[in-house]
Design a protein around this ligand. Structure first.
Ligand code: IMP
Length: 304
């Protein structure tokens, strides 16, 4: 078993395929083009994602399958539309008008986006990633990026809607981005447990070449340990606008023929703040792709 280069996405939503391809660097995401998708009758996002994934697994045996279910939960509506988001009203202006109409002048406008990603490996093993983006519903739609409820969703810490913040912001911060990073981390664990191994028992050769021969590696060389382990370092904490004591760690999570997954983390505030980079390295240490996890509280990026 190896990390996939190609996965079949069980969704008719073209936005999702485009977003996921940007979120899973190096993967080709091929939408499953069928018009007989089963109804999403699950009571939870995970159940719905699994219904789509199992449909894909039967339709495309031997392939890596990805399925996602997502929605928006509005506190003042008791968490609705939630798992019913896609069926609440036709996506776009209709759904937004209905949501704003239901909310009226309600002061409590807290809401969150939720994304559940399910991957089915060719042997049927399931790996999942969850992502949550907290925010609030604006009083009127603004912006033209994204899709769905993005013109009325203002993420915590921002003044602009997701549609105004745009696709690049979304690729780093959205609920789907968080779920994709959680999925990558879970996959790394699953592949490691499955004994996915190449000829280099600890990935040391790739790490040494990375730190010596690549621009990114030379930039990081003073900061991170050059073999798996941790060392004291400093991090810039933008909530207090200053450098704070931190721990910098290096790990090689997955090894396979010709490629390893190295994980570099900086953590501080007793582990409550973490920045992590997942870096795919070729045998000669060259970088294939980098995925960055932001300073997200653990509860927002749990893998379940
Ligand atoms: P799904 O295809 O069953 O997962 O439906 C997800 C629904 O939730 C979409 O039709 C949108 O209404 C909403 N939604 C999910 N993710 C997003 C997003 O990133 N932006 C805006 N709306 C979203």
């Amino acid at each position: 078993m190896t990390f996939p280069r190609r996965a079949i996405l069980c969704s008719r939503n073209a936005h999702k395929a485009r977003e996921l391809e940007a979120l899973l660097p190096g993967w080709e995401i091929a939408p499953l083009d069928r018009d007989d998708y089963p109804d999403e009758t699950g009571a939870t996002y995970v159940e719905n994602a699994r219904i789509k994934a199992e449909f894909g697994h039967a339709a495309a045996p031997g392939e890596w399958i990805l399925a996602e279910d997502s929605g928006i939960e509005v506190d003042a509506l008791g968490g609705r539309p939630g798992v019913q988001s896609a069926r609440y009203a036709p996506e776009g202006a209709h759904a937004i008008a209905k949501l704003l109409g239901e909310l009226g002048d309600t002061e409590d406008r807290c809401a969150c986006y939720v994304s559940e990603l399910v991957a089915l490996l060719p042997d049927g093993e399931e790996v999942r990633g969850t992502g949550i983006l907290e925010g609030r519903i604006s009083h009127e739609p603004r912006g033209s990026g994204g899709f769905g409820y993005d013109p009325v969703f203002v993420p915590d810490g921002e003044e602009r809607t997701v549609a105004e913040l745009g696709d690049e912001w979304k690729a780093r911060n959205s609920h789907r981005a968080r779920a994709a990073r959680a999925l990558l981390a879970a996959l790394a664990g699953a592949l490691l447990l499955a004994g996915c191994g190449g000829g280099h028992p600890n990935g040391q050769r790739q790490l040494s070449a990375f730190f010596k021969d690549t621009r990114l590696g030379r930039r990081w060389a003073p900061r991170f340990p050059h073999k798996p382990g941790s060392r004291p370092c400093v991090a810039y904490d933008d909530t207090v606008s200053q450098l704070v004591p931190a721990t910098c760690s290096t790990d090689v999570a997955v090894q396979q023929q010709g490629r390893v997954l190295a994980t570099f983390t900086v953590s501080w505030n007793h582990g409550n703040r973490v920045r992590a980079w997942f870096v795919f390295l070729h045998d000669d240490g060259t970088v294939e792709s980098v995925t960055r996890e932001g300073e997200v509280p653990a509860a927002s990026t749990t893998t379940s």
